[in-house]
Design a protein around this ligand. Structure first.
Ligand SMILES: [Zn+2]
Length: 306
């Protein structure tokens, strides 16, 4: 069909309808709130600071479980299917549970390489990056230590990455996100000053932890890691390893225990050598006093420096 077959009025009408259609597509995309799915609660905690109530933010992993081994549920697939943006920790922390869920969700908007997929580990310099894959030895950190977010100084870096991606995904909300992001960074930096001052109390002390989960925090605040209860990341301790730990324990001020590993080895060492066990949250919601991204670090810093 050629244009000359239309009258001028018909052409104007068609043109108007096309414009109206484009307008409706543009406005109905976000007529519903954008859905942002995050793997962990702490990522949702940062994201909500930037979106406010303008988005539906859903975290998949329950905070009381081992973040490496989350049990996949069918409800997670439905959440991923509806997502406009998926934000992950990365560095293979989710490798054991997320890839199969993404495949099953079959949502082209959130696959790797699209703007709907954000891997936070790309914005952080990781520690303990192995020179050769040591997975055969049971190491669950083949791309380096993925627990970078437990150093509170990492949070503003991650917040910036999230803020910038949100602006790309929902450019209509640029002003709102910018305002909320600025407020969040100011408030968080003020808390950082307080936490840094509190943590000077424990500078130079030695600690044992169950898993290499608090390393970024320990390095930040000059706490020496004397050993881990796990002989290798992801491998439970045998008595031979615990006996070896006992040789170095005389310098240790506290044992850091996460909420999801067995407490028995920490309690045994604690009783035998009179060293306190400090249970720390590893995510927002892991302990009752870690309700959001601020109180997560209030709880960690408060418990270590009590
Ligand atoms: Zn780990």
């Amino acid at each position: 069909m050629k244009y000359k077959n239309f009258s001028k009025i018909q052409l104007i009408l068609i043109h108007t309808l096309v414009l109206l259609h484009l307008f409706l597509i543009n406005t109905t995309v976000w007529a519903k709130k954008p859905v942002i799915v995050t793997t962990y609660q702490y990522i949702a905690g940062i994201t909500e600071q930037i979106t406010g109530n303008s988005a539906t933010v859903i975290a998949l992993a329950p905070p009381q479980f081992d973040p490496h081994y989350i049990v996949p549920k069918p409800s997670y697939i439905a959440k991923l299917r509806n997502a406009n943006l998926l934000i992950i920790n990365g560095a293979q922390l989710e490798i054991g549970w997320l890839p199969q869920l993404i495949r099953q969700a079959n949502n082209p908007a959130i696959i790797t390489g699209t703007k709907g997929f954000l891997d936070l580990s790309n914005f952080v310099k990781k520690i303990d990056v192995p020179t050769a894959l040591s997975r055969a030895m049971g190491d669950v950190h083949p791309e380096g230590n993925p627990h970078f977010y437990l150093d509170p100084h990492t949070i503003p870096v991650l917040a910036k990455a999230i803020y910038e991606r949100l602006c790309t995904i929902v450019p209509e909300n640029y002003n709102l996100y910018s305002k909320n992001y600025t407020t969040f960074i100011e408030k968080f930096n003020a808390r950082l000053t307080v936490w840094d001052a509190q943590m000077t109390k424990v500078k130079g002390k030695s600690a044992i932890e169950y898993h290499k989960i608090y390393d970024y925090l320990l390095i930040r605040y000059g706490i020496h890691l004397a050993g881990t209860i796990e002989p290798v990341s992801g491998i439970p301790p045998a008595s031979k390893h615990i006996a070896k730990l006992e040789n170095t324990i005389y310098t240790v001020s506290f044992i850091l225990q996460d909420v999801y590993h067995p407490y028995d080895a920490a309690q045994y060492l604690s009783q035998k050598f009179s060293i306190p066990v400090i249970v720390l949250p590893h995510d927002v919601g892991a302990t009752s006093d870690a309700n959001d991204i601020f109180s997560l670090f209030d709880a960690i810093v408060g418990r270590i420096t009590q």
